[in-house]
Ligand binder design. Sequence first.
Ligand code: SF4
Ligand code: SF4
Length: 124
Amino acid sequence: MTENTARKDERPPNIASKPPRKREPLKLAVINQNGCTGCEACIIFCPVDCIEIVPGVDFTQFQQLVEVDIERCIGCALCAKNCPWDTIPMLSYAEGIQKAPELTLRSVCNQKSASDSKTETANA
Ligand code: SF4
Ligand code: SF4
């Protein structure tokens, strides 16, 4: 199994309380937040309720965005098919784990915050 190295800390309580999937999926949905408008259409279609609105405490000047909890996504692609902005690529499991931090820049699942982003930028 490909290890999810994107997560930095413990899962937030609201996400940790949701049931885990039974097996590793072939594909993962990853939100490309560069194209996301925050319309929430994808959230309605997800059968396992694993698309989250990213809290914007540190980013109040920016629009709402969503992210997929890649540890619960079952790869059904319903979100990708129904995103009006075509901004949810379906990636192989290994590629999804790898690309999620790049495409889903604002993330509560990955525990990224404004201060993390500043640190990453400073270290780049
Ligand atoms: S449907 Fe697409 S644009 Fe709308 S919130 Fe989901 S990812 Fe963003
Ligand atoms: S691929 Fe399916 S399970 Fe994964 S986020 Fe999209 S709708 Fe949810």
